[in-house]
Ligand binder design. Sequence first.
Ligand code: IVH
Length: 672
Amino acid sequence: MDIEKARQRVAQLTLELNNHNHRYYVLSTPIITDFEFDALLQTLAQIENQFPELKSPLSPTQRVGESKSDDFESVIHLRPMLSLDNSYNEEDLFEFDKSVKKILDQSLDSEIQYSCELKFDGLSISLHYENGMLQKAVTRGDGIAGDNVTENIKTIKSIPLQLHGTYPNSFEIRGEVYMPHPVFDALNKQRAQNNEELLKNPRNAASGSIKIKNPKMVAQRKLDCFLYQVLGDGLPFTTHIENLKASKTWGFKVSEHSTVCKNINEVIDYIHLWDTKRTQLSYDTDGVVVKVNSLILQKNLGFIAKSPRWAKAYKFKAEQAITQLLSISYQVGRTGAITPVANLSPVELGGTTIKRASLHNSDIIKKLDLKENDFVIIEKGGEIIPKIIAVDLSKRNSQQQSISFITHCPECQAPLVKKDDEANHFCENELNCKPQVLGKIEHFVSRKAMNIDSIGSETIEKLYQENLIKNYSHLYDLTFEQILTLNANAEKSANNLINGIHESKNVPFDKVLFAIGIRHVGETTAKKIVKKLASINTIMQANKEELLAIDEVGEVIADSIIQFFQNKNNVQIIDKLKRAGLQLELINTEDSQLSSKLNNCTFVISGVFEKYSRDEYKELIEKNGGKNVSSISKKTSYLLAGANMGPEKLKKAEELKIPIINEAQFLELIEK
Ligand code: IVH
């Protein structure tokens, strides 16, 4: 194929593919199969490979996110991206209507035309188009400047890279990027399988996704976008809704539920309708946005502070349901903390059946003034687990009994203890209370502790039932034959278990210290303690002052350590671990040090990484002489950012001008 022919073919394929993308992602009326689409895309990719000069950054092949964005450039918005004034009830809206008329000098009997739209719950984005081509996509940021996330936005298939029809030469269009419910559910299911922390809600998932520094990963997040405002000098129409409808013909996805209302009463009707109907949508909405439809009137109304006078957001109340409290169960955690859980009569809420809600502790029960068999109002406030927000007193009768919090452990019947400075009740029978014993062993073998992955919670329970283990130190006494008695046919898994236990004897001391389960001593604290005190004997003998001198060890942790080693049983367990040959002191610090390239550097790590885990990065930092800290300050040298990092951290780093580096840049730092 000569270049001229290739050019024609590329143009034709681009047109065809853009058209199919639009049909599929915006109109939902595809006319070819996915397979046929992929074949066309592949043909285009092949020609572009053969003639790289024909590859445009706006080619449909570029939506998969080939080019990496190392960092987001900060871009000042052409027009500030403001927020909306909120209202929560009908009166607020009547007031809004009145004030609009007053400012416009219109009689209160006149009628103002409003547009009503759903308020999509995601993150706002501004798209710039020149001559029909997407130039830039910028996040809201602080409203004045945002991040240039064009490469990531290009992965959203419903956003056209090249427009069709008759569009203004130069304009800006704003909208909301969101994650559809089915995508969010699938993502969380996958995260649960990988033992990763679940994403709280689709909004967080969407805003986290758009900040991922690798467009290929963003593409997997299958985000979508509704456009809700066209801005520019040469717009075709003088009303907001007409311009929005026109933008649909240029290729944008505009909600079919946006409408024009003749007056404020029609606005109220629209809100009533969508307050319930919104639960049927496959994406989150948190309200309705009401805008004066005429652009001339909008101009006359202008702005106050950070929001326009011509628009108002009506916020839906969080979805609620009323159901009856059937009983309260009490769960015992590995530390002995008791968590009350409300068992509810099953009720539908926001598309799922709710049967339980956490009550956290006795103070919460008291605060709610909860009585047996009460009808309770539960609410889903954007989070997965619903909460009980109040009791429906109208359904209460005088016979209902107050809830008396249990006085004894539901598992071992030991009396419960509640200290003034703690919210929870505790069962202190840590040696014989089954969930505590099993929980401690499960913690001991977990990945971040001794990492004995050949044993699961079922096996631990069986070993406990058979009286073969009563605490984690007994793991080191287990024989192959004993394990085989659990399941005569499982020679291979018995072998794996013995090997796993044996290998755990090489696990470094800081992980052992974390594994033994001293309350409040997490992974990082354990590392700090080991660095300073170097052996279990020194830790056991350390007094409070010595403990307090360790970085990040405060009163609570110091007391907890002292208390742990005052307990004779714990001392016996430690003795047993010593005899079993576990690493109970820091060895070869010099050898384990890889370099001093990061001396005097402090790092904050945030997000999810591809090449190594977060923990491995922490270790690499320390082994190269650097220090890990949890929050950003002026003293932080670098923010090592992965996918899905917290927006607060990013903001703070930008404010303090802390260099943000990705994993590749970090690895370069230590490989130099
Ligand atoms: S119009 C001057 N329309 O709500 C602001 N905003 O609280 C014009 N939003 O930052 C915004 N759906 O992210 C508008 N149909 C809609 C919207 C919408 C969601 C978000 C947007 C904005 C926030 C304001």
